[in-house]
Design a protein around this ligand. Structure first.
Ligand code: GLN
Length: 479
């Protein structure tokens, strides 16, 4: 029996029926990682000892005939910007090369309580800044579907590990598309939750007003199971929300009827420049929903053309502030003894630490972010971007008066070749043109794979109103 290609409920039943033990299962995943990860490089570090310990705990629960949580014994991977106590957490950066987390992130606490098993930490673009995982300080992850191509980013390691059967599910973070984009490039399912649905406690901050931790799986059912386990209020993150209070006031409890569901297709997302094969695959998905009886409605999100500029101004501004703490004294790698700074003063120590240990893209963003916040430019860039962000939110609000969910492509193109865009940041930023609006508006979005025969995978996203993850998951399950 191949022990490394299961869904969560198959594992649950297999463990309960004693078809295999948790230790065998976890062992099989590590074997698979050993075989495949030399080529793919999804993992930055493995946590074998801890995983085997966790697996044994699950096996003794089973031996003692105790109740088994659905996620017990399920092996998963964690993006290396999410803290796991006592495990290295680098955020893909040299500046945190030797940092060991001193606490568990809120989501990790919850998954540990569910007895899921952590296999290791996955590669990412440094601090989540990138769309290809080529900005990692430790080397690039390859797309398991075609090793000459990027897996997308920044959660490229997490998505590659799921698709290569090197774990059952993975956690990622999505600030401007970092879960959904790699899911579309590799053919996985990815859920970016509503801002506030999931705790960000223990997520290394890049742009705090935009990002959420989310889930990467092979099936929508699995995404739903993991989301249900990690969602909800965490006293350590004041922006996280008690979802039960929202449901009482807002959520409609009746079951989804696809024949009564209106799916909005934003005309601004099907424009010149989109790869015809992507457009065809996404239109096929629309057709399938239409055949199921959904009402397809053309809608307009008129401020879409400004989303990318707004996103890059706001995210870089927030990044410049969030990353100020890594100065080699308060946080981050200090200069080695033999690297003593020439002037022997504090400012040059800061400058040398940051200059040497941040990668090129991170330095670019800190500089642009500092610039757009500086006196004289603040009004023209940052403040203006915030005003346009409000317009983008209003666009979605009016759209959701006419439709229940929105369906759109995830990226205008498919996985590109390694090295193809790395020298051209603007064309790299264009990968995110269809994903960033969702983060600016704080909405939930589910990225689902679709493809033409024999082509690379691509994806479409179902975008829902705030806190209506249930609805996009239900609709996602239908095809
Ligand atoms: N690709 C986007 C960026 O580089 C999104 C990153 C993310 O979601 N973490 O900013």
């Amino acid at each position: 029996m191949d022990l490394s290609n299961f869904t969560i409920s198959q594992i649950h039943n297999g463990l309960k029926n004693k078809d295999f033990s948790a230790t065998q299962l976890v062992g099989a995943y590590f074997e698979n990682i050993e075989k495949k990860d030399k080529d793919i490089f999804a993992y930055l570090s493995l946590t074998k000892e801890m995983a085997m310990f966790q697996a044994k705990e699950v096996d003794s629960l089973i031996a003692n005939k105790q109740e088994l949580p659905l996620l017990a014994g399920v092996p998963f991977a964690v993006k290396d910007n999410i803290m796991v106590k006592d495990i290295k957490c680098t955020a893909g950066s040299k500046i945190l090369e030797n940092y060991f987390a001193s606490f568990d992130a809120g989501v990790i606490e919850k998954l540990k309580a569910n007895k899921s098993v952590i296999l290791g930490k996955t590669n990412l673009d440094e601090f989540g800044m990138g769309s290809s995982t080529e900005n990692s300080a430790f080397g690039n992850t390859k797309n398991p579907r075609d090793l000459s191509r990027v897996p997308g980013g920044s959660s490229g390691g997490s998505v590659a590990s799921v698709i290569a059967n090197e774990c059952v599910f993975a956690l990622g973070s999505d600030t401007g598309g970092s879960i959904r984009l790699p899911c579309s490039f590799c053919g996985a399912v990815g859920l970016k939750p509503t801002y506030g649905s999931v705790s960000r406690y223990g997520l290394i901050a890049f742009a705090s007003s935009l990002e959420q931790i989310g889930v990467i799986t092979k099936t929508v059912e699995d995404a739903e199971i993991v989301f249900n386990a990690i969602k909800g209020r965490d006293a350590n993150d004041s922006t996280s929300v008690d979802l039960s209070s929202i449901k009482q006031t807002k959520h409609k409890s009746e079951k989804l009827d696809i024949k009564k569901t209106r799916i909005g297709i934003p005309k601004e997302y099907f424009v010149k420049g989109i790869d015809p094969a992507v457009e065809k695959s996404v239109k096929n998905a629309i057709k399938k929903y239409q055949e199921l009886g959904a009402k397809i409605v053309e809608i307009s999100l008129p401020n879409t053309e400004y989303a990318l500029a707004v996103y890059y101004i706001i995210s870089m501004a927030e990044a410049s502030s969030n990353l100020a703490r890594y100065d080699g004294i308060r946080y981050g790698k200090s200069l080695e003894n033999d690297e003593q700074n020439a002037n022997n003063d504090l400012l040059s120590a800061y400058m040398e630490t940051r200059g040497k240990n941040f990668g090129k893209e991170v330095r670019r963003r800190i500089m642009i972010g500092t610039f757009v916040l500086s006196a004289g430019y603040y009004d023209a860039y940052y403040l203006k971007a915030q005003k346009v962000r409000n317009k983008i939110i209003q666009d979605f609000n009016s759209a959701f008066e006419k439709v229940d969910v929105i369906l759109a492509p995830v990226s205008p193109f498919m996985a590109f070749k390694i090295g193809e865009k790395i020298g051209d940041p603007l064309s790299m930023y264009l990968s995110d043109i269809f994903t960033v609006s969702v983060n600016l508006a704080g909405l939930p979005a589910l990225s689902l794979p679709c493809k033409e025969k024999d082509s690379l995978p691509t994806g479409f996203q179902l975008i829902g109103p705030a806190f209506e993850e249930d609805k996009i998951l239900e609709i996602g399950k239908l095809i």
